[in-house]
Design a protein around this ligand. Structure first.
Ligand code: NAP
Length: 281
């Protein structure tokens, strides 16, 4: 047989792991990026049992994958599992992108922060210089975005979480820079930017905080995304915020950074955000 008929295209294999994972748009996003470069990609969404996370990752590594995206609730476990981590993942104490090296090493990175900042500053054209910011949540996502936010010349940041001790632990990582922590019931004043980094939107709920946190120029940013405005977005608008956005733009931007880590190519994110918006709304 002529060699041309034996030609097999190289397939890059990657996946996103989480629990649950049914809501994930990551396969669609990475497929769209891959098409921009003619890369043949096999990108799966895999639900891993939380008690067997480490075993599951090693199994996928042995199966020859390039790497994994890691989502709720595994980002801190992925940090512990990594043999080496980037500076931004070390600062966050959380990993959302794993790469498997040819020598069997597991390399951890965190692209949530850059994804959030690119969406806010480039896609939404918002500057946070001088801003008063409320960050609700202290899980993997909050960890990822905290340092990039603090790297801008913000006014101040109040960090609150249902379990206050987790917010306090996270504030220690911020090394004292303009960060205050407080319990939900002790939040006072209103904020220019209110970020919901809790998992409440996944079940249609809200963090139990006062709606006085919004003023007429506030932007409400829910890291979660959905085919409809989230409960947090609707609540913020009814409380008088100027605008409310979801985390779809961040999702695409953080995925683009993971795509860069694995394929060294920078996709056009705008077209993919538009494609998803028209598909989900
Ligand atoms: P996680 O590590 O499991 O953390 C969950 C956070 O939600 C914790 O702060 C937890 O508080 C809080 N929480 C859970 N249930 C709550 C409730 N009923 N009331 C108040 N707080 C509650 O999850 P994660 O990875 O940080 O994800 C958080 C959210 O961000 C999810 O909606 C996820 O989809 C979204 N996200 C979006 C992107 C994006 O690219 N757009 C990226 C990452 C994450 P406790 O500490 O008290 O348990």
């Amino acid at each position: 047989m002529n060699d041309i008929f034996n030609f097999e295209k190289t397939v890059s294999r990657c996946a996103v792991v989480g629990h649950p994972i049914g809501h994930s748009q990551s396969p669609r996003i990475h497929d769209a990026f891959a098409r921009q470069f003619g890369i043949t990609l096999d990108y799966e969404a895999i639900d891993l049992d939380p008690i067997a996370f480490e075993q599951g990752v090693h199994h996928l590594q042995a199966g020859g994958l390039l790497g994994l995206n890691v989502t709720i609730p595994f980002k801190e476990a992925a940090r512990r599992l990594s043999d080496e981590v980037s500076e931004r993942a070390a600062l966050a104490g959380a990993v959302n992108t794993l790469s498997f090296s040819q020598h069997g090493q597991i390399l951890g990175d965190n692209t949530d922060g850059i994804g959030f900042m690119k969406d806010l500053e480039r896609n939404l054209d918002s500057s946070i210089a001088g801003a008063e910011i409320l960050l609700i949540g202290a899980g993997g996502a909050a960890r990822g975005i905290l340092h990039p936010i603090l790297s801008r010349n913000i006014g101040r940041l109040v960090l609150t979480n249902r379990t206050l001790s987790r917010a306090e632990d996270l504030a220690i990582l911020a090394k004292g820079a303009k960060v205050q922590t407080c319990a939900f019931e002790d939040i006072s004043g209103s904020f220019d930017l209110v970020i919901n980094a809790t998992a409440t939107s996944l079940t249609g709920g809200l963090p139990d905080i006062s709606n006085q946190v919004f003023h007429p120029r506030s932007i409400a940013y829910d890291l979660a995304y959905s085919d409809q405005p989230t409960a947090f977005m609707r609540w913020a608008m009814s409380a008088g915020a100027a605008s409310a956005v979801d985390g779809l733009g961040m999702l695409v931007e953080q995925a683009a950074e993971s795509f860069w880590i694995w394929h060294q190519k920078r996709p056009d994110t705008g077209v993919v955000i538009d494609e998803l918006r028209s598909g989900v709304r």
